[in-house]
Design a protein around this ligand. Structure first.
Ligand SMILES: NC(=O)c1ccc[n+]([C@@H]2O[C@H](COP(=O)([O-])OP(=O)(O)OC[C@H]3O[C@@H](n4cnc5c(N)ncnc54)[C@H](OP(=O)(O)O)[C@@H]3O)[C@@H](O)[C@H]2O)c1
Length: 258
């Protein structure tokens, strides 16, 4: 049995989109993977689809809403000892720039708290066992505020700080913690956003996507698999000296050098 075949991964929010692609990439490397989502049928479909592509994949799944404390505890007790943790979430809804106190409170509870809570519950076990990989799926909003996703950028920046702080604490135990900052990746969430923004701009979805793509040096939106490959690398044995980092995967859209 290779090392990766004995590793157990938990991929949060993974019945679709980037989470599903990360779960697929890890399963294809031989890890046993626990999938998660809020809907039992969607989760079952995801498991079936993944097994269709990788018939020998070792999968389990757990229905849990990451925003609910009791569900998070249930998920972690079901998942058992985890070697690889992919911290992903559904993502906040777009908002206007004028935010009420309730909006801020709810963003803290849905963007920051679940990820911080799960990281802090899983990390001690990884450190005790002397090996671990954590990857947080974050957003380019950490580097560059997105006006209608302000709460995403604000709280994910806090999470990025936590990732780097915990990475330094966990490094002596052979545990690495990094985040990936995706640009625009073609998932259901992105597709809905494109359709909404196209409607607002009064153009077709296709025309809007062409305009968006023209601003990306790669000339196109990314695919979930292009995030998943980076995630699988960060979770590999080979990425053992890479920790506390926040990697942009955005087709070159961010113009800064650092
Ligand atoms: N796509 C992009 O361009 C992009 C760019 C930057 C950052 N991101 C971030 O990356 C993350 C994933 O985005 P995506 O585009 O892959 O989204 P997606 O296609 O909408 O997939 C979201 C996944 O999360 C699950 N989910 C949603 N809320 C959940 C909850 N409360 N508890 C457990 N599972 C939940 C969904 O399943 P159920 O609905 O069945 O629960 C689904 O499996 C988001 O945080 C998003 O903000 C995405």
């Amino acid at each position: 049995m290779s090392k990766s075949e004995s590793r157990r991964a938990l991929v949060l929010a993974s019945s679709a989109g980037i989470g599903y692609a990360c779960a697929t990439a890890l399963a294809s490397e031989g890890l046993s993977v626990c999938l998660n989502g809020r809907d039992a049928d969607r989760l079952e479909d995801a498991e079936r689809k993944l097994l269709g592509r990788h018939p020998h994949a070792q999968l389990s799944s757990c229905v849990a809403d990451l925003n609910l404390d009791a569900d998070r505890q249930h998920l972690l007790s079901q998942a058992g000892d985890i070697d690889v943790l992919v911290l992903n979430m559904g993502g906040p809804a777009a908002t206007t720039e004028a935010l009420s106190l309730d909006d801020w409170q709810s963003a803290f509870e849905t963007v920051f708290l679940p990820m911080a809570d799960i990281l802090d519950q899983v990390l001690p076990g990884m450190m005790r066992r002397g090996w671990g990989r954590v990857v947080m799926i974050s957003s380019v909003a950490v580097k560059q505020p997105i006006p209608n996703l302000l709460v995403s950028g604000v709280f994910r920046t806090g999470l990025a700080n936590l990732v780097s702080a915990r990475a330094a604490q966990a490094a002596p135990s052979g545990v690495t913690i990094n985040s990936i900052l995706p640009g625009r990746i073609l998932t259901a969430r992105q597709s809905n956003a494109l359709e909404r923004d196209a409607r607002r701009a009064g153009v077709s979805r296709e025309a809007y996507e062409r305009t968006v793509s023209a601003a990306i040096p790669m000339g196109r939106l990314g695919l979930p698999e292009e995030i998943a490959h980076v995630c699988a690398f960060l979770c590999s044995e080979g990425a053992s000296y890479l920790t506390g980092q926040h990697l942009l995967v955005d087709g070159g859209a961010y113009k800064g050098m650092f």
